[in-house]
Design a protein around this ligand. Sequence first.
Ligand code: AOF
Ligand code: ZN
Length: 366
Amino acid sequence: MRIDEDRKFMARALELAVRGMGHARPNPMVGAVIVKDGRIIGEGWHEKFGGPHAEVNAFAHCTEDPSGATLYVTLEPCSHYGKTPPCADLIIEKDIDRVVTAMVDPNPLVSGKGIRRLREAGIFVTVGVMEKEARKLNEVFLKYVTEHKPFVLYKAAMSLDGKTACHTGDSKWISSEDSREEVHVLRGCYKGIMVGAGTVMADNPLLTARTEGLDDPVRIIVDGNLSVPLKARVFQEGGDVIVLTTTSSDEKKREELTKLGVDIIMTDSDQKGKVDLASAMTGLALKGIDGILLEGGASLAASAFEAGIVDKVRIYEAPKIIGGVGAPGLIGGIGASSMAEAVKLRDMSTETCGGDLVIEAYVDKG
Ligand code: AOF
Ligand code: ZN
């Protein structure tokens, strides 16, 4: 009975947390619900980065005295003085009886200290209600705060036979209109969007979110030899751009890009002028990029899997068969030499979108 009730209110808190999507980052999305005598008397969520935490907002919206109530919160209440005072202290001050939280805060600044402080004050604390859902919601924050690297989602569309274009190059469109619309929303959910130089030169895309209420992502172009022309739309229109290149790229071109307001991250290069993606990730994290939507093309995707930077895949599989040995496939490069070397995925789930099959899975790094 109590377990059902706990899940019900935590589900509501998670629903509220999602409202912070695209606004709270790089802080977590957090939702909170205050319940007294089985009724919700206050709700709140972390609305924007630097603003009050979810618990503070829930107390601010209380319709009656929260004394003796239960607080449901999707992340362990904080115990540190950050941009705001510790939520744990506020909870104690408000005379809450019980706190139910979905998960321990992975942030080393908090990580168990909030729960300890509440328990020391005599508050009954339950941890782990809907933990799986809460961890998934904040998967970007979880990686960023513990590993100081961006979480990378590889997204692509392909036909049922794994092709991304016809042998003529025609690729408009493989996936349904609904799927393409969903991708624009996805772009607003990640701080950065990453594509290779080849994609920019072939499609001259703008790479914006085009979704109301969500910021455009920072465009990250992987261009080891700086082959994308300065007149490309990504450099001339829209917001922030970061180019990942190598120390062997043309210095003059780097200067010209800088003059256009482009930020440059340089890594050492191998002989072929390939960017060292793993170390570039550290540079991107230092610039506040907590999550990246990787959109291809095929050779960048291959390098990204090879470098081990991909955390999750989301593939839109259209009910079409393109065929042709000359038609490009999803992932380029040389590929695995044996099945043992294939990239293993786990926790695969499927859904449909506008008639396409959408497959989501996590890269098994174990
Ligand atoms: C949030 N919102 O609702 C909760 C958070 O930078 P600060 O001072 O706002 O602190 C951010 C940390 O506080 C964050 O990394 C997380 O560990 C903890 N809890 N943060 O942004 C919230 N409850
Ligand atoms: Zn807090």
